[in-house]
Ligand binder design. Structure first.
Ligand SMILES: Nc1ncnc2c1ncn2[C@@H]1O[C@H](COP(=O)(O)OP(=O)(O)OP(=O)(O)O)[C@@H](O)[C@H]1O
Length: 310
């Protein structure tokens, strides 16, 4: 395990911001912390980054216990904070030089890494410009470049796509996958479930300072529903076909809507293959077939009774 968080407690005066949070992250994972505003994501990240103390529980980083307000192994960490941290009056390259030195890089290696980070974040051509004139997305990309110069084992990103243009967003999503392929473990916080679904291999759903569910997206989705809905558009529909589908053991419902069938069945029972077999015995052609997958939004709604964006 690269990180183990056990029963983490954090209070702000009388307010319990983290209420016995526990999760562990394996090397090589893209771990998502998904939750609405105020759930406790930034507080958790801040503790993991060694920036904030905590009131109870334990955090292990690479097997070593982390104290209340410090972090021994900061060199193995790359942090992309929610609030962009750049020097507006230094050029992109000078910012990178500065952060590289903070991580102990110098000389030829520093030069190489700055070049690499600029190329990786698509900022090579803007290296001599100051972030003052950058778009929000470019600033965010520069912030990411600053965090990866020293090739950290663990990269922590706190809502890196909030308020940026779609092009930068896509760039960041691709970069995260690439950094992961190159060997970094990533912690990614977001209240955008689509992003978490797209990139995370493991997800902890947090709400009101507690982890309310965790697992792979498939595991989380299976909490919500043991059924799947299959929608089929056909060239024609006939009685024999519908009755044939209804007779399949795992199918509980088959509703006809013009030339479309909405079929509900128990998950994991090869419903699609069985339905296709029945249809192929008729004259009809299948024009399209879709299996509706429950979303993480549905998971959150089921577990809390509220929407993620409330
Ligand atoms: N310095 C602070 N003093 C008092 N309360 C705080 C402080 N920082 C955070 N909180 C409270 O702790 C709770 C968790 O906040 P946190 O920023 O960790 O949530 P979050 O999930 O990161 O939300 P967001 O998506 O808005 O960043 C919130 O209710 C917040 O108001």
């Amino acid at each position: 395990m690269i990180i183990e968080v056990k029963n983490l407690i954090k209070r702000y005066n009388d307010f319990l911001a983290l209420d016995h949070i526990s999760f562990s992250i394996r090397e090589g994972e893209i771990f998502g912390l998904l939750g609405p505003n105020g759930a406790g994501k930034s507080t958790t990240i801040s503790i993991l980054s060694g920036l904030t103390g905590f009131d109870g529980g334990e955090v292990l980083f690479l097997g070593k216990k982390i104290g209340r307000n410090e972090m021994e192994a900061k060199r193995e960490l790359g942090i992309v904070p929610q609030d962009i941290a750049l020097f507006e009056d230094l050029t992109a390259q000078e910012n990178l030089d500065y952060f590289g030195r903070l991580y102990g890089l110098k000389g030829k290696l520093l030069k190489e890494r700055v070049k690499e980070a600029l190329a990786f974040t698509g900022l090579t051509e803007r290296r001599k410009d100051r972030p003052k004139g950058f778009s929000g997305g470019m600033k965010r990309r520069l912030n990411i470049a600053c965090a990866i110069l020293h090739h950290p084992k663990l990269i922590i990103m706190d809502e890196p796509t909030v308020g940026i243009d779609p092009q930068s967003r896509n760039h960041i999503m691709q970069s995260i996958k690439e950094l992961n392929r190159m060997g970094s473990t990533i912690i990614y916080t977001s209240h955008y479930m689509e992003e978490v679904e797209e990139i995370c291999t493991k997800i902890a759903v947090v709400d009101r300072g507690r982890v309310i569910a965790q697992g792979t997206k498939e595991e989380l989705k299976s909490l919500v529903s043991s059924e799947e809905k299959i929608m089929i558009d056909l060239s024609s529909v006939n009685f024999t076909m519908v009755e044939g589908i209804k007779k399949i053991e795992s199918i509980s419902e088959c509703v006809v809507n013009g030339n479309r069938l909405d079929v509900v069945g128990k998950k994991g029972e090869k419903n699609v293959s069985r339905i296709i077999q029945v249809i192929s015995e008729s004259e009809a052609d299948i024009l399209s077939l879709n299996v509706e997958k429950p979303s993480l939004e549905a998971v959150f709604l089921t577990l809390t009774g509220r929407s993620l964006r409330d």
